[in-house]
Design a protein around this ligand. Structure first.
Ligand code: SF4
Length: 424
């Protein structure tokens, strides 16, 4: 089914007929104003090998390119700090790629960002199980990393093979134990479900092992098949069938029920944390600054992407310019609905903030009221919270809407370092 018309109607209804959904060439950030606080995202675009399902921008690791990249990130950070002036930086999330391929340079880079911006109370790093050695974990702890997201994905050897992960299931127990006992404030395990051929029993085994791991949070993402990835191509060539909606629904119900019985608290449509341990998320920050090639920045009134080419990124920074390639003006409507979307993703919408933000715009309330009537939302302690059914449909909408946009933008941006215009 072609969902383009449906996406068009929904966007037009919420954000108005005059909102333009296009990213235009943009080589200089121009936010409407600087907020009091920002979070940082650093994209380290290097991997040893490529997993076929992976949609993220990455390049094969080359130490010479990595040296150039590290120097460029330091300069880019200083350039942003000079432009923004004194600004509070809450957290830093380092993703990729495989950030720990930088070794000691990653620690030096985190220290340099701390000197440039100050703050950085929370520093989170994505880690591959094969990199969770004692030496690596010690280094991360020494440089103030206090949150780790370990990319386990599955304990099942057949599933690991299917998604092309570069390790065997035997390494997982040791990697998880070392990370959980490594003295970090918070450990998240990234897991996958809705894999082709995965049965409910397979998923139950993964859920049980993940729960027994002692990690603070478990995030179970459905396998996304972006058409431009190797898995997307394979799906087209071999007509690989993804689990149908009924099976997806049954898996989601099993996930939810198992977490409920284990008294895990839902912190996003896919994430469950031990009560009182906080939460870990790479995507739900409201205002953030992206460093590195392929990184996005969400600033007041403007959404930006750096070029998706490490070479062009370094060239721009070495020429004392910003590495931004694309920008989109965000109207007030777009920013309000962006906020609401991520609150729904977190499964909780604070009512006081909702009333304040949407004081002049009652459309959102009409839709939220309907969602409550059909059992997707409920009122709880001053918040609108998603029910299990509501969380499933947000997960489904994420597949139908947001991934389609990401696919359009990333596919073009990876093919052209500086596209003139991407409309979606
Ligand atoms: S999933 Fe992780 S390790 Fe695999 S290619 Fe993508 S970024 Fe690299």
């Amino acid at each position: 089914m072609d969902w383009d018309w449906f996406r068009w109607i929904v966007r037009r209804h919420f954000c108005g007929p005059h909102s333009r959904y296009e990213l235009l060439a943009c080589d200089h950030p121009a936010p409407a104003h600087w907020p009091q606080q920002l979070d940082l995202y650093l994209h380290v675009p290097f991997c040893r090998s490529f997993c076929p399902h992976c949609p993220y921008y990455k390049e094969p690791y080359d130490p010479h390119v990595a040296d150039r990249f590290v120097a460029a990130v330091r300069r880019e950070a200083k350039r942003w700090a000079n432009l923004a002036g004194p600004i509070r930086i809450g957290s830093l999330y380092v993703g990729g790629g495989t950030p720990t391929l930088l070794g000691e340079q990653l620690g030096e880079l985190i220290a340099a960002l701390r000197t440039t911006f100050g703050g950085l109370e929370q520093v989170a790093v994505e880690l591959l199980p094969t990199d969770a050695s004692e030496a690596q974990l010690d280094m991360l702890s020494r440089v103030g990393v206090n949150m780790i997201s370990l990319g386990v994905q599955s304990f099942d050897p057949a599933s690991l093979k299917l998604i092309g992960r570069p390790y065997r299931s035997e390494v997982l127990d040791g990697a998880i134990a070392r990370t959980v006992q490594g003295g970090f404030d918070f450990v998240n395990l990234d897991m996958m479900f809705v894999l082709p051929g995965q049965t409910l029993d397979d998923l139950q085994r993964d859920l049980d092992k993940a729960l027994a791991s002692g990690a603070d949070q478990l995030t179970f993402y459905p396998l996304f098949t972006f058409p431009y990835t190797a898995v997307g191509r394979l799906r087209r060539q071999r007509r690989l069938r993804m689990p149908p909606l009924r099976q997806r629904r049954a898996q989601y119900r099993l996930l939810h029920e198992t977490m409920r019985q284990a008294v895990m608290q839902r912190v996003s449509v896919w994430g469950f944390a031990r009560p009182g341990r906080g939460r870990y998320s790479s995507v739900t920050r409201q205002r953030y600054l992206g460093l590195g090639p392929g990184a996005a920045s969400c600033l007041p009134g403007q959404y930006l992407f750096n070029t998706f080419s490490v070479d062009h990124y370094c060239r721009r920074i070495e020429a004392d310019r910003f590495a931004t390639a694309l920008g989109m003006a965000m109207t007030d409507d777009m920013q309000r609905y962006y906020w609401l979307y991520w609150k729904l993703y977190e499964t909780r919408v604070p009512q006081a903030e909702l009333e304040q933000l949407f004081a002049e715009d009652r459309r959102a309330f009409r839709w939220l009221r309907r969602a409550r009537h059909v059992g997707l939302l409920q009122r709880q302690d001053g918040e609108l919270t998603l029910t299990e059914r509501g969380a499933f449909w947000v997960h489904w909408l994420q597949n139908k809407f947001v991934l389609q946009y990401i696919d359009t933008v990333w596919q073009r941006a990876m093919a052209e370092p500086f596209p003139a215009r991407i409309a979606f």
